[in-house]
Design a protein around this ligand. Structure first.
Ligand code: DX5
Ligand code: ZN
Length: 215
C-alpha cells in the first residue's frame, strides 16, 4: 500500500473548502503543500499563512515541500503554521545537517528533496538523519509536467541504500505521478506518491486517490 499525498498546487483555489472536504473524505494519508519563492524555482506559490488555513481545514498529515532559498529563516514559521513534515532541497542548503537538526528541534519530521540532476549518492553521509527523501521526478517549480523516466533508477538506488542500512527513511516521489506510471514507481521502491494534476484534474479525485493507495 502506497502513502498518497495529493499536491494542493493543482487544486481549485477559488474553492479550497470543497477541495479540503474531498481530501478529508478520501483515503489520502498526507497532503502535500508546495512553497515556491521565485528564486530557487522560477515560480511563486504560497507561504505559512495559507498553510495555517489548510491545517485547520484538513485532518491529514501536512507535508510541506520548501522550494526556497535560506529555508532556515522560515522553518519556525512553518512549524507554527502546523507543518508535520518540512522538506528542504539539498541544492538550497549549504549546511544541510544543520537544517535537519533545526527542523527536528522544532518537532517536525525532516525531509530532503533532490532535483533530477542530483545523484542519490550525495545523501550518503546524512541519510540516517533524514525521515523522508523526496526524489523530484520533474524539475521543481510547476505542476502538470511529465515524469522523467531516469527517476526510476534513482528510486531503486536509494531503496538499496536504505535497505542495506536498515533505515526507516521513507522515499517520496514528486512530479508527473499518474495512474499509468504509479505501479512502476512503487515497484522501484517508493513509499509515498505525491500526485497533483492526476488527482485534482481527474473526474473522480476520491477514486483516483483510492486507486493510487492500493499500489
Ligand atoms: C513541483 C511540485 C510538485 C507538483 C506535482 O515543483 O513539487 O509537488 O505539485 O504536480 P504534478 O503531480 O501535477 O506533477
Ligand atoms: Zn512538491
Amino acid at each position: 500500500m502506497a502513502i498518497v499525498a495529493p499536491s494542493l498546487l493543482a487544486a481549485n483555489f477559488i474553492n479550497l473548502q470543497a477541495e479540503c472536504d474531498m481530501l478529508n473524505k478520501s483515503v489520502a494519508d498526507w497532503y502535500h503543500l508546495d512553497v515556491m519563492d521565485g528564486r530557487f524555482v522560477p515560480n511563486i506559490s504560497f507561504g505559512p499563512m495559507l498553510i495555517d488555513f489548510f491545517r485547520k481545514a484538513t485532518t491529514k498529515v501536512c507535508d510541506v515541500h520548501l522550494m526556497i532559498e535560506n529555508p532556515e529563516n522560515y522553518a519556525e514559521a512553518f512549524s507554527n503554521a502546523g507543518a508535520d513534515h518540512l522538506t528542504v532541497h539539498i541544492e538550497a542548503c549549504t549546511h544541510l545537517h544543520r537544517n535537519l537538526q533545526q527542523i527536528k528541534s522544532l518537532g517536525m519530521k525532516a525531509g530532503v528533496a533532490i532535483n533530477p540532476h542530483t545523484p542519490v549518492s550525495l545523501l550518503n553521509d546524512v541519510l540516517h538523519d533524514i525521515d523522508i527523501v523526496c526524489i523530484m521526478s520533474v524539475n521543481p517549480g510547476f505542476g502538470g509536467q511529465s515524469f522523467i523516466p531516469h527517476s526510476l533508477t534513482k528510486i531503486r538506488d536509494l531503496r538499496q541504500l536504505i535497505t542495506d542500512r536498515s533505515l526507516p527513511t521513507l522515499i517520496e516521489v514528486d512530479g508527473g505521478v499518474t495512474l499509468e506510471n504509479a505501479a512502476q514507481i512503487v515497484e522501484a521502491g517508493a513509499d509515498v506518491l505525491v500526485a497533483g494534476s492526476s488527482v485534482f484534474k481527474s473526474v473522480d479525485p476520491i477514486a483516483t486517490i483510492a486507486a493510487l493507495s492500493k499500489l
